[in-house]
Design a protein around this ligand. Structure first.
Ligand code: NAD
Ligand code: IPM
Ligand code: MG
Length: 358
C-alpha cells in the first residue's frame, strides 16, 4: 500500500465543485489499487481572505509544502476585484507557485476523438491536436520588480517589470527539450524577440540549451504569429515553450481547439519535489454554485498528479481512459453540450467517470 498526503485547496467560485469531483475520482483510484490517499483541506484565494484575512495563510503554505501533491481549484471572483494587487485572491496563487519554486507549468492540449465526431462543436475542435504548452511560471511580468504605482508630476503611472534571468530561461528550456524527447521531438519557442530584450535573451538561451539536445528540432516563433498558427495549423505543434504571460494567454486560446476551457488540466512542477495540479480555467463566477461546471479539467489534473507526482502510470492512464470513455458515451456538461437540455451536471459527469473507473 502506497500512502500519499494530498493538500486540497478548493479556492473560489467553481473551485470547490471541481476539486470535489477530483477527490472522488482519486478516492476511487485509491480503493481500486490499494493506495491510501489522505486529503487535507486548506484555504486559498478569496475565501482565505474572508476566513483568515490572507489569500495564502501560513498554515496553507506549510501544509502544502509538506504534502505529496497539491490539488487546487481556482481563485478569484468579482467580490474581491477591487482589492489592491498585493491583497487579491490571485496573489495567493502566485505566492504558492513562487514559494515552492514551481517554475514549469505543463499544459497538455489534446482533442478527444468523440468530441470531434459527435458534437456540433466540431468546427471549433481540430482533429490531431495533441501538444504540450510548457509555460514558465515563476518569472516575467508576474514577478519582476519594480511593480508599483507612483505619481509623477501629478499623474499616476503603473509599472510592471518583465525580467528574466538566463538561469530561469535555461531550466524551463531544458524541461521543454526533455518533454519533446518523450513526444515527437519538436519544440517551438515563442517570444517577442523583435521588440523585447527579455525575449532576445530568451531566444539566445534556448539556442544554447538546444546544443545539448541535437535530436530535438527547434523553431523560434514570434508570439503574434504563434497566436495565429495555433488556429491555422494546430496539429503541427508538439511542444511549445514560452514565458509566463504568453503561456497564460496562449493556453486559454489553445483550449478552444479541444472544445472547452473546462477540459484543460495542468501540472506545475519545480525543484522542491512537491507539484501543484490545477485546471487551466479560473473560478468561473458566471456558473459558480450551479452544478454546471465541467469537472474534467480538474479530474485530468488529478491524473497528472498521480502520473508526475506519484509515478503511478497505470492509475493515471486509468483516469485518462475513463475521461475518454464518458465523452465517447456522450456525456456532455453545458460547455460542450450540443443542446442545453441534454447537458449533464458536474456531479453526473463525475459519477460517470467513477463508474467508468470500476
Ligand atoms: N488558476 C486560477 O485560479 C485562475 C485561472 C484563471 C482565472 N482565474 C480567476 O478567475 C476569475 C474569473 O476569470 P475569468 O472569467 O476571466 O476566467 P474563467 O476561466 O474563470 O472563465 C472563463 C469562461 O470559461 C467558462 N469556464 C471556465 N471553467 C469552466 C468549466 N470548468 N466548465 C465550464 N465552463 C467553464 C466560464 O464560465 C467563463 O465563461 C478571475 O478572478 C480570475 O483571476 C483564476
Ligand atoms: C489567476 C491567474 C493569476 C492565473 C495566471 O495568470 O497564471 C491564471 O490565469 C492561470 O492561468 O493559472
Ligand atoms: Mg490563465
Amino acid at each position: 500500500m502506497t500512502k500519499k498526503t494530498i493538500a486540497v485547496l478548493p479556492g473560489d467560485g467553481i473551485g470547490p465543485e471541481v476539486t470535489t469531483a477530483a477527490i472522488n475520482v482519486l478516492e476511487t483510484i485509491a480503493d481500486k489499487y490499494d493506495h491510501h490517499f489522505t486529503f487535507q483541506q486548506g484555504w486559498i484565494g478569496g475565501s482565505a481572505i474572508d476566513e483568515k484575512g490572507d489569500p495564502l495563510p501560513r498554515e496553507t503554505k506549510e501544509m502544502s509544502a509538506e504534502s505529496d501533491g497539491i490539488l487546487l481549484g481556482a481563485v478569484g471572483g468579482p467580490k474581491w476585484d477591487r482589492l489592491p494587487g498585493a491583497e487579491r485572491p490571485e496573489k495567493g496563487l502566485l505566492e504558492i507557485r513562487k514559494s515552492l519554486d514551481l517554475y514549469a507549468n505543463l499544459r497538455p492540449v489534446k482533442a478527444y476523438a468523440s468530441l470531434i465526431e459527435s458534437s456540433p462543436l466540431k468546427e471549433a475542435i481540430v482533429a490531431n491536436v495533441d501538444f504540450l504548452i510548457v509555460r514558465e511560471l515563476t518569472g516575467g511580468l508576474y514577478f519582476g520588480e519594480p511593480k508599483k504605482r507612483e505619481d509623477i508630476r501629478g499623474e499616476t503611472q503603473a509599472i510592471d517589470t518583465l525580467l528574466y534571468k538566463a538561469s530561469e530561461i535555461k531550466r524551463i528550456a531544458e524541461r521543454a527539450f526533455q518533454a519533446a524527447q518523450l513526444r515527437n521531438g519538436k519544440v517551438v519557442s515563442v517570444d517577442k524577440a523583435n521588440v523585447l530584450e527579455s525575449s532576445r535573451l530568451w531566444r539566445e538561451t534556448v539556442d544554447d540549451v538546444h546544443a545539448s539536445y541535437p535530436d530535438v528540432e527547434l523553431e523560434h516563433m514570434l508570439v503574434d504569429n504563434a497566436a495565429m498558427q495555433l488556429i491555422a495549423q494546430p496539429a503541427a505543434f508538439d511542444v511549445m515553450v514560452t514565458e509566463n504571460t504568453f503561456g497564460d494567454i496562449l493556453s486559454d486560446e489553445a483550449s478552444m481547439l479541444t472544445g472547452s476551457l473546462g477540459l484543460l488540466p495542468s501540472a506545475s512542477l519545480g525543484s522542491t519535489g512537491v507539484g501543484l495540479y490545477e485546471p487551466v480555467h479560473g473560478s468561473a463566477p458566471d456558473i459558480a454554485g450551479e452544478n454546471r461546471a465541467n469537472p474534467l479539467a480538474a479530474i485530468s489534473s488529478a491524473a497528472m498528479m498521480v502520473k508526475y507526482g506519484f509515478k503511478m502510470e497505470k492509475e493515471a492512464e486509468k483516469i485518462e481512459t475513463a475521461v475518454e470513455k464518458v465523452l465517447a458515451d456522450g456525456y456532455r456538461t453545458a460547455d460542450i453540450a450540443p443542446k442545453m437540455e441534454e447537458a449533464v451536471t458536474t456531479t453526473e459527469m463525475t459519477d460517470a467517470v467513477i463508474k467508468a473507473l470500476e
